[in-house]
Design a protein around this ligand. Structure first.
Ligand code: SF4
Length: 71
């Protein structure tokens, strides 16, 4: 597993329960839709320097709805 690749996050909308924990931990990476469910901002690419926040949000999602892939 490379540690130098760009990370990309993706929220599984079928699993997300909308408690917004991800957004409170990483507001740069997640936004809420009009029903309060989370989605990744833009195409989900994690800007340099925000990788730790991405992993933190993923680890704290109680629904295991956040996937992170390294590209
Ligand atoms: S922490 Fe998980 S379940 Fe909660 S809003 Fe974010 S993606 Fe959805």
């Amino acid at each position: 597993m490379s540690s130098s690749g760009t990370l990309r996050i993706r929220v599984d909308s079928d699993k997300c329960q909308g408690n917004a924990r991800c957004k409170s931990l990483a507001p740069e990476l997640f936004e809420l839709d009009e029903w309060g469910y989370a989605r990744e901002i833009g195409d989900g690419t994690v800007p340099a320097g925000l990788e730790d926040k991405a992993w933190l949000a993923q680890a704290n999602c109680p629904e295991i709805a956040i996937a992170i892939v390294e590209e």
